[in-house]
Design a protein around this ligand. Structure first.
Ligand SMILES: [Zn+2]
Length: 184
């Protein structure tokens, strides 16, 4: 959707998002070349983290509750890709990876985040589709495959943004979250 296609009402409602949309639809680099107007609160805003989570409808409330329990309610940017870490690195859907890096750039530029929280979850449909295997029946193997993908994404983020902290998490279907050890 181009800017001109938005009617006035939508422009008013989504004024800020329109700006982001333009950049993201135009490719990862184009937003960064846009001159951000001075003085607007959103241009100077700061928040702590960008959360990457899966799209799974079963865990939307649990994710919100978890972030709230950490004192982060309304204090994080949020990007959703099916499979979370796997969605960001899979070669099966290369556009997803571009989308992730574009959004990470935006979160850094606009909100000066200093941390990326990557939240995978058990019984993830995207893991089944992309890897063509169901790991849910074997929790040890399931943890291992998530650890591998989470750490691969962490390595890629650290290579590009060494100063960013990257936290790796795995949520169960009951909303419980475990830390995944960072390797390398
Ligand atoms: Zn999932």
């Amino acid at each position: 959707m181009k800017c001109e296609e938005l009617d006035d009402k939508e422009t008013l409602r989504f004024g800020r998002r329109k700006f982001l949309r333009l950049g993201l639809l135009g490719g990862g680099a184009s937003l960064l070349s846009l001159a951000l107007p001075d003085g607007l609160p959103w241009a100077a805003g700061k928040t702590e983290a960008l959360l990457l989570s899966c799209m799974d409808y079963r865990l939307i409330d649990e994710i919100d509750r978890y972030m709230t329990s950490r004192g982060l309610r309304d204090k994080y940017d949020h990007i959703i890709l099916a499979g979370a870490s796997l969605g960001a690195i899979t070669e099966k859907y290369p556009a997803w990876s571009k989308t992730f890096w574009g959004h990470l750039d935006v979160a850094i530029q606009l909100h000066h985040i200093n941390k990326v929280i990557v939240l995978d979850h058990r019984d993830c449909g995207a893991y089944k589709v992309i890897l063509e295997k169901d790991f849910y029946q074997d929790p040890v193997k399931e943890t291992a495959i998530h650890s591998e993908k989470l750490n691969e994404l962490r390595r890629q983020i650290k290579a590009k943004y060494p100063k960013l902290e990257v936290e790796l998490l795995l949520m169960d279907l009951d909303g419980k979250v475990e830390n995944i050890v960072s390797k390398g």
